[in-house]
Design a protein around this ligand. Structure first.
Ligand code: PLP
Length: 451
């Protein structure tokens, strides 16, 4: 049991605050870490202990925790105009500028943007847009949403229904009409003797079958993360998007790229869809959109959905949806700066330059017999632990092996994320070579201690 002093920050945290998404036995044993500030890619707790955060907060703090340019951009906008919405025929100049910039950096020749406070709300908004435009244009039955098992799309009732994780059963989710296809993870889902190309063909055939079974005219859209993030960093099997996109196109089903994690550089390109060579109908963005310096999400519509939504809006002359802080001017000013920081001030180049070093370091660690798979791209990687490598047999026990590894890493001053049987590393893009080496060395030492 932990032994926080009465009235300490840690004891007060445990008395008054609720944790989401937390392995509570670990907290009961190890206690809470209360963070006071950050220094580059490090966070510092109330005892002055520094941890290298290879989780980038929650994938979002791509510029580290004390980026002067981002802090100044927020301060300057707070001085100019601290808050407003984007409704009733009014929006801030910063909102106007950001939408223009987002379309400029998007893969779309033209399009429109709608703002939310989070990635969940952006997915929720996208689904409501599809439902809205289908009803308004005489297709009210086109409501079903296709996603994949193990996908993560958020926590609102809609985005949690899109999420393909069993834990949502505790809420009685998914809602009806949310259909989860097989996770395109060749290493885990491939059958004995099945080549990767055959596996990808099977994924495409399954999609075809589901569309035939459900009826193409009942389906509103297909949502996919280019690389599944919270599912345990799962890049698609080879040729996956090239195989499924023609099927969706044939049936007129929009493909929505959930780029909440992949967007703005994590995969080594601006967008994950660029990395994997497909053109979505819309992009869902958040996290790195503001480098984590303001809570914000965005739905970025490509030309076709822009026109279809506009047509629907024109018929009832309103899109009755939005959040109080949609298009918040401080968020938009921060996002404008974050886009510059990533695209113009070298962070994307740092990912491209650093990715081979990260991959090589992790590949050394992955030689351990209890690592079944190393997978990832750019600055998002996972090591999956197995009891038996050949049989891909997972460890058992009440505390998952990945929790044990992550806890040991924390003891070594490294934050990394346990996800299922995997340990995930998704560091800030600003990592120096020395910090990268520190991350790898601490992970290596922790693994050797656990196995
Ligand atoms: N979509 C993806 C791919 C995500 O990884 C996440 C969060 O991790 C979300 C959506 C939900 O975003 P938020 O936590 O901002 O609601």
């Amino acid at each position: 049991m932990n032994d926080h002093a009465p009235n300490s920050w840690e004891a007060r945290a445990e008395e008054y605050s609720l944790y989401g998404f937390t392995d509570l036995p670990s907290v009961r044993d190890r206690g809470t870490v209360v963070v006071t500030h950050g220094e580059g890619p490090y966070i510092v707790d109330t005892n002055g202990t520094r941890y290298l955060d290879s989780n980038s907060g929650l994938w979002n703090m791509v510029a580290g925790f004390d980026h002067t340019g981002l802090i100044e951009a927020a301060k300057a906008q707070y001085d100019r105009f601290p808050g407003y919405h984007a409704f009733f025929g009014r929006m801030s100049d910063q909102t106007v500028a950001l939408s223009e910039r987002l379309i400029e950096v998007s893969p779309f020749a033209r399009g429109k943007v709608f703002y939310t406070n989070s990635g969940s709300e952006a997915n929720d908004t996208m689904v409501k847009m599809l439902w809205f435009l289908n009803r308004a244009t005489g297709r009210p039955q086109a409501r079903k949403i296709l996603t994949r098992k193990n996908a993560y799309h958020g926590v609102t009732a809609i985005s949690a229904s899109m999420t393909g994780k069993p834990y949502n059963e505790v809420f009685g989710l998914p809602l009806d009409g949310f259909i989860h296809l097989t996770c395109p993870h060749y290493w885990r889902e491939g059958r004995d003797g099945e080549s990767e190309a055959q596996f990808t063909a099977r994924m495409a055939a399954e999609l075809d079958e589901v569309i035939a079974r459900e009826g193409a005219d009942t389906i509103a859209g297909f949502f996919a993360e280019p690389v599944m993030g919270a599912g345990g960093v799962i890049p698609p099997s080879g040729g996956y998007f090239q195989a499924i996109q023609p099927i969706l196109k044939k049936h007129g089903i929009p493909l929505i790229s959930d780029e909440v994690i992949c967007g703005f550089g994590r995969t080594g390109e601006v967008w994950g869809c660029e990395t994997y060579g497909f053109m979505p109908d819309a992009i869902i963005s958040s996290k790195a959109l503001t480098a984590g310096y303001f809570p914000m999400g965005a739905v970025i519509l490509g030309p076709d959905l822009t026109d279809r939504l506009q047509e629907a809006i024109d018929t009832i002359e309103e899109f009755p949806h939005g959040f109080t802080a949609s298009g918040h001017p401080v968020g938009c000013a921060v996002a404008l700066k974050a886009i510059d920081v990533v695209l113009e001030e070298g962070l994307l180049d740092m990912v491209r330059a650093g990715a081979p070093r990260m991959q090589a370091g992790l590949a050394e660690i992955a030689r351990h017999p209890n690592i079944g798979e190393l997978r990832g791209i750019g600055y998002m990687w996972a090591l999956e632990a197995v009891k038996d490598r050949d049989g891909k047999v997972p460890f058992d026990g009440s505390l998952s092996v990945s929790e044990r590894i992550a806890n040991t890493c924390t003891d070594h001053g490294l934050i990394c994320r346990p996800l299922g049987q995997s340990v995930v590393l998704c560091p800030p893009f600003t990592l120096t070579d020395a910090q990268m080496d520190e991350m790898i060395a601490k992970l290596d030492a922790s693994l050797k201690q656990v196995f």
